[in-house]
Design a protein around this ligand. Sequence first.
Ligand code: NCD
Length: 358
Amino acid sequence: MSKYVNLIDLSDYPTEWWNKIVSLAQDIKDNPGRYSESCKGKIMATLFYEPSTRTQMSFQTAMLRLGGSIIGFDNPSTSSVSKGENLKDTTKIVSSYADVLVIRNPQPGSAKAAALSADCPIINAGDGGHLHPTQTLTDLLTLKEEKGRLDNLTIGLCGDLKNGRTVHSLLKAMSSYPDNKFVLISTEELSLPSYIKDILDAKGCSYREVYSLEDAIAELDVLYMTRIQKERFSSEEEYEQQKNVYVLDRKKLINAKRDLVIMHPLPRVDEITVDVDDDPRAMYFKQAKYGMYVRMALILSILSNSCAGAELLIGKCHDGVRCSNPKCVTNSEEYLPKSFIGNGDTLVCEYCDERTLI
Ligand code: NCD
């Protein structure tokens, strides 16, 4: 077992654990005064190698509202990373200063890699296009508050389902609650990675892939819009072809349910027109605020937990085999054990979940 309760992937913990965080967040939201000194004397470090507004600031505000303190960087070019320091050394050092470390990094698998060398719990605030578990906790709290339930929902996810880490984490989580159905709305180029579809299949979830938002909107209880993840494209040209394919405007909402909940992890670019903001079904700004409460609950739970966390690596290394995902952290941080879980003639990378054929 890991010495620390890290949050790399929500799937490392049972749904009861997620539910407890959501319930605690609800209590914090209703009784903030009770928690204002809960983390007094504790320090949280935020290491943001990628841009962020909400995630970073809501984490920082969460810790300050719990009575703790914060350190960190939001621009690696002003830290020793710019001198060539590897992830291991930065993590090792900062984790010896702080009680909990929140990391966002463009490489899939980087949060797990950081946890391997950290001397405090690690929270994944986004590892490339892979996962974003704390956004999912935010989304769970939003659904609990605004729909009153996490099951029996028809959820449409629209936009960049290929590169959107919030989508991957959310689908993994929502497929664990009974009777949820998913409508995956995207172009063929930006469709959901097959490993997430395999998870939906394994859980027996109903889902279908469609192109048209207009056709799907009437049946949805929840519409989760996403930004086209420009920074994950290999060329500007490819991005230009995909941007503006999906734009939610007031006209498209005419056929939507009266109690639809419109979510978006933000930032929004053009995928929701500004006039939708005044629609009572638009929940994305509230959702961002819920993110602060859920992160307060998460920090508090992690810091007050004395038991061991989920195992970080359980697979094994295979002679000369490397992850086939060029972006995977194991392909740039050479010292990392290249650990895979065996699955027939394919090996699943334990960092980024990509499959490699042997
Ligand atoms: C998302 C992210 O960083 O993945 N933003 C966030 O954390 N709220 C979504 C995005 O950048 O499009």
